[in-house]
Design a protein around this ligand. Sequence first.
Ligand SMILES: [Fe+2]
Length: 386
Amino acid sequence: MPNLFISLSKTQIVKSDDVIALLDLLRGYKKIAVVTGKNHFKVSSHYERVYNVLSSLGGEFVIVSEVEPNPTLENIDFCYDILRSFKPEILVGIGGGSVMDATKAIALKLANDGIDVWDCVEGNVIPERALPTVMVPTTSGTGSEVNRYSVITNKVKVQKRALRSQAIYPKYALLIPSMTSDMNKHLTAITAIDALSHAVESLVSKNSNPISESLSEKAIRLILSNIFVAYNNGGDLISRENLQFASTLGGLAIDITGVGLMHAIEHPITARFPHISHGQGLAILFRKVVEHSFMFNVEKYKKVADAFGIKVRGNNDMVVMHTLIDAIDYLVTYLGLNKKLSDFGVEKSDLKHIAEDAVTYMGRSIASSPYSPSKDSIEKILREVF
Ligand SMILES: [Fe+2]
């Protein structure tokens, strides 16, 4: 094994059966801000329990339920403006990837006099601090609760990019499986595909190492052995717990390696067509990206296939590749995500712009993938899923 220097997430992971665990994590803070989405959490069965926990702490708290799906710079500024006069000491993000990513960006602005978040995305400013955050995920896809990424949409530049900063590692990730059991079938499906794509992309990444590979392999196995139960019986807490754990493992894995080619093409799609969900965009691309990439690192993709439960030893490479692609097809179809870009209003003339965007601002993710296609080759993949 080569010499290794591996930096792991700074986030402390807390697993609990109940939001009462927030009491220990927030004790001593006198001003707490909860950040959530516009609708989902407020009508969930957990809202009252969280409210009661916050009330029992004895300090001041506010709940800002304003985060939109695919948060924009404007949406983050709006939440920041609500909170800056309150001056919270800590933020609690309760929701899916959009809420957690927005919470990180708001924490950054609050600790740095309203800093321009996009300057940080572009690397012009390297922030050194952010307010501490506690993340309570209500979906099992993003892994944002344990990593240093915050994905933000810039509507003016029509770009969806990740802010990467050591400063925004959450202080705590509070994992409560029952908080994810309100997800409907579609949300369960698209978030599972997101988590699976993180694990697969990290496993085949040029930046991978034995620790990130172990995280990815375990995540893939957990997702494939639990997604069908969770999809068909959302109240099954064992499968919810396993999917939540898998999502967190995937979040840790991409914290080490970064994401890959699927995300590099998907971000430009949903930046231009935000009504397509992140997981749906990935599901559209999944099969074709694996098909084009497999032969560029057969050994890594055999590890992916093995984690999928596919017999690898004794089979030739092409058989393994086609079995893996068939398994991806089966999963995507079963979950109701077997769609094309044209199903969502994407026009053929859009494809060259999406490909152009991918090479313009997702170059890091393209370069770390086993297959690093040119703009024209990305457009070819897009035509195949059009
Ligand atoms: Fe993702």
